[in-house]
Write a protein that binds this ligand. Structure first.
Ligand SMILES: NC(=O)c1ccc[n+]([C@@H]2O[C@H](COP(=O)([O-])OP(=O)(O)OC[C@H]3O[C@@H](n4cnc5c(N)ncnc54)[C@H](OP(=O)(O)O)[C@@H]3O)[C@@H](O)[C@H]2O)c1
Length: 325
């Protein structure tokens, strides 16, 4: 298996995102000194010619492919074309360039939401493509499944050492807290925080509160990604999660207790619930010796602290701009 060398050239595609920034933190803490990155303005990953040019110039040896257009139910339902086009293009260009420029190993991330809507629980790796997809994120799921199949196909046809992992719902620093496009956990943090600042007690949560979900802190995911890059060598994707779930109601209570303990929960049942349950079977990953470390309540508290600091920094830089204007 190609060794992940702290002096080697490691490209993190999507390094400013939730996952990419956590992988960069994880690599830096392990002493990696040659981490390659490019912002979206420097390199549009949907552009094959630009991606080839960048790979020719930078010659990455290992690639973490964690760029993409990502979002919750609202963003998926209002921007289906972007979710399908952007993700298909980004995955295809980076996988293809990694083949052309002899990348030693690439790790691609699928997502637990691309298993069938009525998937038996907990979801095992072999359940992929065994049933209809959840309609609220079908364009995203189709693109993500194509990414996994792309890694298989390049491995089969060209012998490329490309692997895929299937993470559960993630959260942590650098998450997207914009209510128009965020996932459920950061959206809850934002709603409870805004309600607390506005002195409001009622906080509206989408759906019935009954769906069950699993959450993994992104620092744990980053650790798993590095672990898999070093030790996983199989054509099939591997689930990455905690193997534990809770209801949206329980999650909302946990976030409320951290952010705004006086708040009262109101469920808007006119809004879609999404898949009834999503829990990964993580026995394959556990069998390799990896387990998550950050428990959900602690992870939410740490994420909220990060969020408050980041809001304060944004406000401070906005007022500095006003003062110098
Ligand atoms: N978040 C989750 O809960 C979750 C769960 C399972 C799997 N995943 C997978 O993990 C991966 C990363 O997700 P994430 O949550 O970290 O997403 P994210 O926070 O939205 O970050 C996405 C990153 O991709 C970059 N990007 C998007 N379009 C690009 C383009 N055209 N050219 C160059 N860069 C582009 C973004 O660049 P900018 O910084 O310039 O915007 C950003 O750095 C995705 O493949 C996703 O499917 C995520």
């Amino acid at each position: 298996m190609p060794e992940l060398n702290p002096l080697g050239r490691v490209y993190v595609a999507g390094h400013r995102g939730l996952v990419g920034s956590a992988i960069v933190r994880r690599l830096r803490s392990a002493g990696f000194t040659n981490i390659l990155t490019a912002t979206r303005d420097q390199l549009d990953l949907r552009d094959q010619a630009a991606v080839n040019y960048w790979f020719r110039a930078n010659r990455p040896e290992h690639v973490f492919l964690v760029a993409g257009t990502v979002g919750g139910i609202l963003a998926n339902s209002t921007r289906p074309a972007e979710f399908l086009y952007d993700n298909m293009m980004i995955h295809a260009t980076v996988v293809h360039a990694s083949h052309l420029f002899n990348v030693r190993r690439l790790l691609y991330l699928g997502s637990s939401c691309i298993y069938p809507r009525a998937c038996p629980q907990p979801m095992k790796e072999e359940h992929l493509l065994t049933g209809l997809l959840e309609s609220t994120n079908e364009p995203y799921a189709v693109a993500k499944i194509a990414g996994i199949k792309l890694c298989h196909a390049y491995r089969k046809q060209y012998g490329c050492d490309f692997i895929s992992a299937m993470p559960t719902n993630l959260y942590g620093p650098n998450d997207n807290f914009d209510l128009q496009s965020s996932h459920v956990l950061p959206a809850m943090i934002r709603k409870f925080h805004d309600a607390r600042l506005a002195g409001k007690k009622k906080v509206v949560i989408w759906g019935t509160g009954s769906p069950r979900r699993e959450f993994l802190h992104v620092d744990d995911l980053a650790d798993a990604c590095v672990f898999l890059m070093e030790r996983y060598d199989d054509a099939g994707h591997i689930n990455v999660g905690t193997g534990e779930d809770l209801s949206i109601l329980e999650l909302a209570q946990m976030v409320r207790d951290v952010v705004h303990p006086e708040a009262e929960l109101v469920f808007d049942r006119s809004k879609p619930d999404g898949t009834p349950r999503k829990l990964l079977d993580v026995s394959r990953l556990r069998g390799l010796g990896w387990r998550h470390r950050i428990e959900l309540r602690n992870g939410i508290a740490a994420t909220y602290e990060w969020f408050v600091n980041s809001e304060a920094e944004t406000a401070a830089s906005a007022s500095a701009v006003r003062l110098t204007a």
